[in-house]
Each structure stands twice: as structure tokens, then as C-alpha cells.
Design a protein around this ligand. Structure first.
Ligand code: SAH
Length: 406
């Protein structure tokens, strides 16, 4: 079933073949390719592998299994990927294992920050030239990494910047984990200010949201393994609580059902944006395949299986989906359910004819939901100035010279 899900793309997948993939590179196992198309896969990395696979990988290199544990401790617990720092490994082994299992995957091309340095967006270049973005947001009580799961996106939602360019390719597990690793390392190094004008005290990434570029459930296998790497206790993984991870989806029903059966307690967010099929068919084109009722059925089953409240994402688009009657229709669908609505003022994308709802209209929409007892909040829209807010990630900036490697 995962294969069927992964091959679902509403716009053509155009894998890019760029410079930078050395001949003979060992490519990570991944999704089946479209017949006749050449898929470039990123090199295999420690973070692609579970612990048994890591031991097998070091054994292939003629090393004892405990070397895998040493490497894991360095990467996932000490947050270093530089073999030179791994002084408990003999020098020759360091270079060999580092070269084989810690290849650079993403290179930071550009970093943009706002909110006094507490919001920072990184534009990453993958080895095949694909670009993705991640955003770190430091709040007084938490630090959230918003990560990309695909380069581009095939879901073609007309209000979303990522959706406009189509899908380039799925990211590998390690390419996803690397984004969180980079944030964790920046936090550990005290490189992120605690607030505007406040010094950066060392801290941790507490939350991960799959709300960057891409549709996570269209890259199911890599995303699921990334969730495990992110949440497995150190040194097997980064040790972030499952409850603090959110997977956001347009509503790929079979994949939601599959995720519900994984025995995880991650939060599911469903990008609904309209309570009626007529409008949702336009705003979220995959609705033509899985209708509102089916998506919500799967969401309630997910809530029942995990005990987790489902987030319903609703971008407020002026005169498009913000009518009082739609608020009432939405309330009717959600009242009494284990759900919470996030209203996101639309971040207009370049050239878009749409704009955010009038604040008074948005307030009435919220009141109508609240009046029916539906928990609802307005999503904080950090990062708008650096095109880092929801739906703005497009990796369209002209890349500046590389700043560092992961
Ligand atoms: N593909 C996933 C995750 C991507 S984006 C999904 O659709 O859920 C995360 C959230 O940002 C989604 O709810 C998405 O609909 C929303 N979003 C996209 N473009 C937006 C925009 N221009 N303004 C506000 N929210 C937007």
C-alpha cells in the first residue's frame, strides 16, 4: 500500500539529475521509481538506518558491531558528524566509517532570520542540486523545527507556494533527520537567541512539525523512519517525544489509516481548508480522490487509535472560505470530536489573487466555532518576513555561497 501512496502525485514528478553525485555513490534504498525515469538517490547515511542496520553496515566494513553504537552516540547524542571529533575510534576507522556512513547530505546555502533571531530559515542544497528549506522557531517554552519531507510537492494546492512548482523528489530519511539535527546542534551550541536582544542559552529542539515543503504521507516510508529516528531515545535517535511531533497532511486517507496502525503517538494535522467538497476540490485538489467525509472519518479513527486530538488546519482566505455559513458547516463536522482547529491567516504567495481574511471576519469565524464548543486558535505566523511562514517555502531564492555543511 505504501507504494501506491508514494506514487500518488498530482503533478508530474521530475527527478533532477544535477552535478555533485559522485559515480559509484551508494544510494539509499527508497521508493520505487517511475518506470523509465532515473531517480537520483542521496547517499546512504547513518540516520537512514535503524540500529540493526547500522550494525550490519559496520560489519560490511569489517568492523565490530559496537562501532555502530559509538557512531550513533556521536551523531544522535553528542550531535557531531565530524569524524575528527570521534576520538574513541582509531584514526583509520574514523575516516572509513565517517566516509561510509556520515556523508554530507545537505549544504546550507543561505540562512535568513527574523523575530530577533528566534526564527531562522535555512535553504539547503542536496547532493543532486535539489533545494529544500527548514525553519527553526524558538519560543520561551519550546523550540519547534519545521521540516521538509519532499523537494517541492505534488499536491498542487493553489494557495501554497511549494505546490506551484510541483514535485522534484522525495527526501531520504536521513535528509529529513539532518534538518532536525542541524537545529538541535544550533540549539546545543547556544547559537539561537532566547528572544529579541537576549543571548542564546543552550537548549534543545522540543517539537518537530512536518509542515515544510512536501506532503509527508506521499513519502510515507522515509517519513515514518525519520519519525522513529527523531523520537527514538538517544543514542538510537534524537530523543524528541513522539507527542511533540506533528505530521501534517492534505488527507491521503490510506496513509492516515496506515499511520494510525503504527503504534505511535505523533499528532496528526489535516489541512482541511474547506468543509464542503465543492470548494475543497479546488483548494486541496487531492479532495477529488478522498472527500471531506472520508478524510475526517480517517482522522477520527486516528484520534481513537492514538488518543491524540487531531489538528484541523484552515487557512483563512478572504471571501473564499471564510463565510459564516462555512464556519457553521465546519462546526457541525467537528463538534464533539477529538479535534482542534488552527486558523492560519493566509500568507499570500507571489502572484496570488488571494489574500488573508479580514480580521473581523476571521474573528467571527472563530467565534462561531467556539460557540459550538470546538477548540480553536489562530496560528502564529512567524517568519512571514523571510518567506518562512506556512505555505511560503518555495526555495526560489537565488542561492548565496554555502555557509556550512551538515
Ligand atoms: N503537505 C502538508 C504539509 C505542508 S504545509 C499539508 O498540506 O498539510 C503546512 C500547512 O500550511 C498546511 O496546512 C498548508 O495547507 C498550509 N499552507 C500552505 N500554504 C499556505 C499559505 N499560503 N498560507 C497559509 N497556510 C498555508
Amino acid at each position: 500500500m505504501a507504494e501506491a501512496i508514494e506514487s500518488l502525485q498530482l503533478s508530474p514528478a521530475e527527478p533532477v539529475r544535477g552535478p555533485g553525485v559522485p559515480a559509484g555513490t551508494v544510494l539509499a534504498g527508497g521508493e520505487p521509481g517511475v518506470p523509465g525515469k532515473r531517480h537520483v538517490r542521496p547517499p546512504r547515511h547513518l540516520a537512514d538506518l535503524d540500529q540493526a542496520e547500522r550494525r550490519a553496515a559496520v560489519a560490511e566494513l569489517g568492523q565490530p558491531g559496537y562501532r555502530a553504537d559509538q557512531l550513533s552516540r556521536h551523531y544522535f547524542a553528542r550531535l557531531t558528524d565530524d569524524p575528527a571529533d570521534m576520538t574513541d575510534l582509531p584514526a583509520g576507522v574514523r575516516a572509513e566509517l565517517g566516509g561510509a556512513l556520515l556523508p554530507p547530505l545537505l549544504t546550507a546555502q543561505r540562512e535568513l532570520e527574523c523575530d530577533g533571531g528566534t526564527t531562522r530559515k535555512t535553504l539547503w542544497r542536496a547532493v543532486d542540486g535539489a533545494f529544500v528549506e527548514s525553519v527553526l522557531m524558538r519560543y520561551p517554552d519550546r523550540v519547534t523545527m519545521c521540516v521538509s519531507s519532499q523537494a517541492g510537492c505534488g499536491m498542487a494546492c493553489p494557495f501554497c507556494a511549494t505546490g506551484q512548482a510541483g514535485l522534484t523528489r522525495n527526501l531520504s530519511t536521513a535528509e529529513i533527520v539532518t534538518q532536525v539535527f542541524a537545529g538541535a546542534r544550533a540549539m546545543a551550541a547556544g547559537a539561537v537567541p532566547g528572544g529579541p536582544g537576549r543571548p542564546g542559552e543552550a537548549g534543545r529542539v522540543s517539537n518537530v512539525v512536518f509542515m515544510g515543503m512536501g506532503e509527508p504521507l506521499a513519502n510515507y516510508r522515509s517519513v515514518l523512519a525519520a519519525v522513529r529516528r527523531i523520537t527514538d531515545p538517544a543514542p538510537a535517535g534524537l530523543g524528541i517525544s513522539q507527542r511533540s511531533v506533528t505530521v501534517s497532511t492534505v488527507g491521503l486517507v490510506p496513509a492516515i489509516r496506515k499511520l494510525a496502525a503504527e503504534d505511535l503517538s505523533v499528532r496528526l494535522a489535516v489541512s482541511l481548508h474547506a468543509p464542503d467538497d465543492e470548494l475543497r476540490d479546488e483548494l486541496v485538489p487531492v479532495n477529488r480522490r478522498w472527500k471531506v467525509a472520508e478524510v475526517l472519518d480517517a482522522a477520527w479513527d486516528y484520534a481513537a487509535a492514538t488518543g491524540r486530538r487531531v489538528s484541523i488546519e484552515y487557512a483563512m482566505i478572504r471571501d473564499i472560505n471564510d463565510h459564516a455559513w462555512r464556519a457553521d458547516r465546519l462546526a457541525g463536522l467537528l463538534a464533539g470530536r477529538l479535534a482542534h482547529v488552527n486558523l492560519i491567516p493566509l500568507n499570500p504567495t507571489p502572484g496570488s489573487k488571494w489574500t488573508a481574511s479580514d480580521p473581523a471576519v476571521a474573528a467571527e469565524f472563530l467565534d462561531r466555532l467556539a460557540a459550538r464548543g470546538v477548540p480553536v486558535t489562530v496560528r502564529d505566523t512567524r517568519g512571514t518576513q523571510i518567506d518562512g511562514a506556512c505555505g511560503q517555502l518555495a526555495a526560489s531564492t537565488v542561492p548565496a555561497p554555502a555557509k556550512g555543511r551538515q
